[in-house]
Each structure stands twice: as structure tokens, then as C-alpha cells.
Design a protein. Structure first.
Length: 208
């Protein structure tokens, strides 16, 4: 049901339930699975000029990056409870460490949280669902959505027209904890008297 929502808000809410993303490329509305993956579209290097300007056409200098790591909303386990009108019974979906779509480092945020504070359980109540498979899918989507907020950061690089939301970055030179793969959440392209610059926000669900 679309209750008191704009069309865009409704589509985004549906996307969150199945770990999809909504974006526009030129004049095309795109509704697709999120693009977490173990390969990068661009490599950005901090502090190592000779490597940042290597012959690799997808490697560029990282001008700045400000990371933030937080375990505040990292779940040890997510449980989604719903009601199956066909069987008139409760259905429960569960997701936890090991259910990551793609772990972008050696230790995920939920794993760090469990080790530091013990297993934390988040419960979510939903309305009628079609099947056990649907509620399980929602649990995994919610778990992955929260896990991806483990490390967030904002940075700047030289102007890169191809850098946009949904791309993967490999950030190097940031130390063992913060170097690695990030999913770009937002990119802003600016042209000024100082030249062409791209700023971005990115996130990842694990530490290196």
C-alpha cells in the first residue's frame, strides 16, 4: 500500500525491503540490486604521489578523507516478524554475521559489536507477508543496510566524471583500519577557479 507517500518515497521504501537501490542515469530510472562487490571502479591513493599517478587509468590521488567508525547501530542479529494470512501464523526471518551480501574487509561491524558488547538483537515487526522466504529476505536486507553504516567517510579527489553513487572505491594509504573497498553513496562535482573537483561520501560494512 502507498499511504501518504510520494512515488519516489514509495519506490525507495520497497527497495530497502529487498536491498535494492534507486537512482537516475540521464533520463532513465534504475531499480536494481545494490552494487557491493569485491572489485573497484576507481582506486584513490592518499599521500603516495608516484602511485596515485601510476599508468593504471583508474588510479587517482585522494586529496582528503575523513572516516568515522561507529558500532552504535550495528546489529548482532536482526529478526523480522510478520504474519502469514494464509496459514494464520507468525513467521520469523533472521539474519546475522555471515549474511553479508559482500563483506568489504576482514571483520564486519556486527562481528566487532558482538565481540565487544555481546550479541545484540534488533527486532522489527512488519505487516502481512506472502511467505517465509519474503520475511527472510527482509531480515537480510535490513541487516545488510545497517551493517553498511559501520564505517562512513567523506573525501575529495580530482574531477572524475565517472564517479557517482553506486560505484566502488578502493582507498589506499589510510592505514590498516580504513584502507579498502567503499561503496559510494553520493558524489558532487564542482568546477571553480581552483579547477574541477569531485567530493564524495562512501561507506563500508567491515574494517580491514
Amino acid at each position: 500500500m502507498q499511504a501518504n507517500q510520494t512515488d519516489l518515497d514509495f519506490i525507495r521504501s520497497r527497495a530497502q525491503l529487498i536491498r535494492f537501490e534507486v537512482l537516475v542515469h540521464e533520463k532513465t530510472l534504475i531499480f536494481r540490486k545494490t552494487r557491493e562487490k569485491r572489485s573497484s571502479d576507481f582506486t584513490l591513493v592518499w599521500g603516495q604521489v608516484h602511485e596515485a599517478f601510476s599508468p593504471d587509468p583508474d588510479t587517482f590521488p585522494l586529496r582528503s578523507f575523513t572516516p568515522e567508525m561507529s558500532t552504535l547501530n550495528q546489529p548482532g542479529q536482526v529478526q523480522v516478524r510478520g504474519y502469514d494470512p494464509a496459514t494464520k501464523k507468525e513467521v520469523v526471518g533472521k539474519a546475522g554475521p555471515g549474511d553479508e551480501v559482500c563483506k568489504l574487509g576482514s571483520q564486519s561491524g556486527p562481528e566487532v559489536t558482538v565481540q565487544a558488547f555481546g550479541r545484540k538483537r534488533d527486532m522489527v515487526q512488519v505487516g502481512p507477508v506472502a511467505s517465509q522466504a519474503e520475511v527472510q529476505q527482509q531480515a537480510r536486507a535490513l541487516y545488510n543496510q545497517r551493517a553498511m553504516n559501520f564505517i562512513r567517510g567523506s573525501g575529495k579527489t580530482i574531477g572524475l566524471p565517472g564517479l557517482r553513487s553506486g560505484k566502488m572505491l578502493d582507498l589506499k594509504g589510510l592505514g590498516l583500519r580504513f584502507s579498502g573497498l567503499y561503496l559510494v553513496e553520493e558524489a558532487t562535482h564542482t568546477i571553480s577557479g581552483s579547477g574541477y573537483e569531485t567530493s564524495f561520501t562512501a561507506k563500508r560494512n567491515a574494517a580491514s
